[in-house]
Ligand binder design. Structure first.
Ligand SMILES: *Cc1c(COP(=O)(O)O)cnc(C)c1O
Length: 427
């Protein structure tokens, strides 16, 4: 596989952009490679600048649930391009997207649009603190809630990939009210709530973790978060930036039937354009300015291009058969990968909920970040490189999830499984 043009572009980028990338995991450092520079995307495929084609399971890290350039989204974007790209004043599009979310997610009475998942979680945490008049935030190790200071403690995604505990540049005072516990640790959580619950503003969690690889909640974990936060008057925040409208039409909260107080969205809700959002009970959302006094604002928030892409995406996802098909294809993929590993005698664990999937090179069940860290990272790197060479584009880290889009065909899945059979045989 020739990648000389990518290499040249990467070298040029490194001189001007730290690490040559605008988000760390893209540098592909942990798998001993370099980024592939993309020329274009179409349906399930990415095409790089050297003319190589790949079946894409990263999908811009989750947003592209309909694949690259879905006609519905392109048409909506073309319409908005004809009327203007940003007004900094309200449009009907914002209310339309809000309505689509509120109709599907019963815990959300009202929603505020922002520009990224990071902004959504940062603002939800501020709101939880403003609403309760308390300071403490509880999160879970290996969950990633974007890069806001308060939440960058024992975080997943790039922080996990780089193997760093947190980040310099965040004063201790800023994180002194952030507690991080192991994911799925019901006992530890209940103990901390018993001690500090009356000072806890909010508990934030990925209802299905997808930033330490994919880790599902154990039965009773989310239930315990709901029960204890209600008991202590703390705000339960589901960070559904990855899972929202991805794992099911009602998001993870609909799938598990747990009602949080606030929810954060991003990725799918923006249909491939930069969007985040946070929403929840009216009584809490009414604390946000200009109705209430918790301040949060944004020059480009509710941007018409982004709203139009989100509306087109969620409207296409209205049809339940889309989710059923996504689930069926993802199940086939995951079973095929598992069989390939089993045949090759390789320790491998997989899981998926809808079109969000994960796999670990380990023989133990993965319930938390400590478990995830026991994986064979060398083997992951070799698998990643082998798959890439065979035209399959996976996230370049063991600590990320994998996504399937409605544009992936059964042939794509078969081709991927065949590639896995040959790569696994040589691992
Ligand atoms: C991606 C992600 C974020 C951050 O979103 P950005 O748009 O990258 O800022 C936050 N939380 C979760 C669960 C995510 O997966």
């Amino acid at each position: 596989m020739a990648i000389s043009k990518s290499t040249a572009l990467f070298n040029a980028a490194k001189a001007l952009i730290p690490g040559g990338v605008n988000s760390p995991v893209r540098a592909c450092g942990s798998v001993g490679g370099q980024p592939i520079f993309i020329e274009r995307g179409d349906k399930s495929r990415l095409y790089d600048v050297d003319g190589n084609a790949y079946i894409d399971y990263v999908l811009s890290w989750g947003p592209l649930i309909l694949g690259h350039r879905p006609p519905e989204v392109i048409k909506a974007l073309e319409h908005v391009l004809g009327i203007g790209t940003s007004f900094g004043a309200p449009t009907a599009l914002e209310t339309q997207l809000a309505q689509l979310v509120v109709d599907r997610v019963p815990s959300v009475d009202m929603i505020r649009m922002v520009n990224s998942g990071t902004e959504a979680t940062m603002s939800a945490v501020r709101l939880a603190r403003g609403y309760t008049g308390r300071d403490i935030i509880i999160k879970f190790d290996g969950c990633y809630h974007g890069h806001a200071d308060t939440l960058l403690v024992a975080a997943g995604s790039g922080v996990a990939t780089l193997g760093i505990p947190g980040s310099p540049g965040i004063p201790d005072a800023v994180i002194s009210n952030t507690y991080s516990l192991p994911y799925n640790d019901i006992k530890g959580f209940e103990k901390l709530m018993a001690q500090k619950g009356d000072r806890v503003a909010g508990v934030i969690v990925e209802p299905i973790a997808g930033n330490m690889g994919m880790v599902c909640p154990k039965e009773g974990f989310l239930e315990s978060l709901r029960k204890m936060t209600t008991q202590h008057g703390s705000v339960l925040i589901f960070d559904e930036v990855m899972t929202g409208f991805r794992v099911s039409k009602g998001s993870a909260q609909g799938y598990f039937k747990i009602t949080p107080d606030l929810s954060c969205f991003g990725k799918v809700i923006g249909g491939g354009l930069p969007v985040g959002a946070y929403g929840g009970r009216k009584e809490i959302m009414d604390q946000i300015a200009p109705v209430g006094s918790v301040y949060q604002a944004g020059t480009l928030s509710g941007n018409p291009l982004a709203m139009a892409a989100g509306i087109a995406t969620l409207t296409t996802l209205q049809d339940d058969t889309v989710y059923a098909e996504l689930d069926r294809k993802t199940d086939r993929l995951v079973k095929g990968l598992q069989a390939a590993a089993d045949d090759a005698g390789i320790a491998f664990k997989t899981c998926h909920v809808g079109s969000m999937a994960g796999f670990f090179f380990t023989d133990r069940e993965v319930y938390n970040f400590e478990d995830a860290k026991t994986c064979d990272l060398d083997r992951f790197s070799r698998f990643y490189q082998g798959m890439l060479a065979r035209g399959v584009y996976l996230a370049p880290s063991q600590f990320e999830a994998c996504f399937v889009s409605s544009a992936h065909t059964d042939t794509d899945i078969d081709t991927t499984i065949e590639a896995a059979v040959s790569v696994m045989a040589a691992l």
